[in-house]
Design a binder for this molecule. Structure first.
Ligand code: HEM
Length: 265
């Protein structure tokens, strides 16, 4: 009952947001170039109002899309950012390296732009190493194996489910070396292909194949922007009250949160 009430609450708040956009269009405030808006929600509302019945989506479909995107994008990115903040606070040398890169590209200006974000190479290496060590979707994925598939010498796997736990792959010394548990963003200095010896299945924080994460670029940019904006303003120190307890829930999360002391620069 509680789950149903929450579910209805989520649907109602999405409908409220949609109605506000529709009202704006009715009032002619936002019809100049973007109609219902040029973001993802705007595109969904446009599809909901499409006169072509073959392209039109129902309100239920629109709500489902919003739900999926929020669930897939919020919990994962939240977990990833938490571990990034922890590792920045613990590895002060990397905090300095990342901050120096941010300042060298953006100066002490508070405003970031996309050209600069794309040039945040050290920050990118730091993000990849965090995703390797603390893979948010640690369970990986489960795939049904089809008729024709073979796995090494195994055949006749039709109907078998295959579970690929990303975190075990990301912590496999045969792939990453004996220092697999060490925090070493320099592994990614020459990109993911070099770090994994051209093995695309060695590093899969965003999955792979048909259902690979739809928001991976968004998530990396989101992390770069968040880290850059924090490091432009603060230095981070781990609070002595922090207890390290990665909790394997829906995503890999810090069981008791991450307590950080922020000092304005
Ligand atoms: C660090 C952050 C994130 C991580 C680690 C992550 C990871 C993943 C993983 C492992 C999958 C399953 C891939 C598979 O089954 O092969 C997935 C799917 C998905 N993700 Fe993400 N994700 C992140 C952020 C986001 C964001 C920000 C969005 C949206 C804005 C998003 C949207 C999706 C969607 C829609 C799917 C389903 C794709 C499909 O089934 O076709 N994700 N993500």
């Amino acid at each position: 009952m509680e789950a149903e009430r929450l579910d209805q609450g989520i649907a109602d708040s999405i409908i409220d947001i949609v109605k506000k956009r529709e009202e704006k269009v009715k009032c002619q405030q936002d019809v100049d170039s973007n109609g219902y808006g040029s973001d993802y929600l705007g595109l969904l509302i446009q599809a909901h109002h499409d006169e072509d019945e073959t392209k039109k989506i129902s309100m239920e479909q629109l709500i489902d899309e919003c739900r999926t995107l929020y669930a897939a994008g919020q919990e994962t990115a939240n977990a990833a950012l938490s571990w990034m903040i922890l590792l920045l606070a613990i590895h002060r040398d990397w905090q300095e390296k990342v901050r120096n890169e941010v300042i060298s590209i953006f100066g002490h200006e508070k405003c970031l732009d996309f050209d600069g974000i794309a040039r945040l190479k050290i920050t990118g290496m730091f993000i990849l190493e965090t995703l390797r060590l603390y893979t948010p979707v640690y369970t990986g994925f489960i795939r049904d194996i089809g008729k024709e598939a073979t796995l090494g010498k195994l055949t006749g796997l039709d109907g078998v489910q295959c579970h690929i736990p990303f975190i075990m792959i990301h912590h496999d010394p045969k792939i990453w070396g004996e220092d697999v548990h060490a925090f070493k963003p320099e592994r990614f200095l020459d990109g993911i292909a070099k770090a994994t010896n051209n093995n695309p299945t060695a590093f899969m924080p965003f999955g792979m194949g048909h259902h690979i994460c739809a928001g991976s670029n968004f998530a990396i940019n989101e992390a770069k922007i968040t880290i850059a904006m924090i490091l432009q303003r603060y230095s981070l120190t781990l609070s002595p009250g922090y207890v390290h307890a990665p909790h394997p829930g829906l995503t890999l999360r810090p069981a008791y949160g991450i307590q950080i002391i922020l000092n304005a620069l």
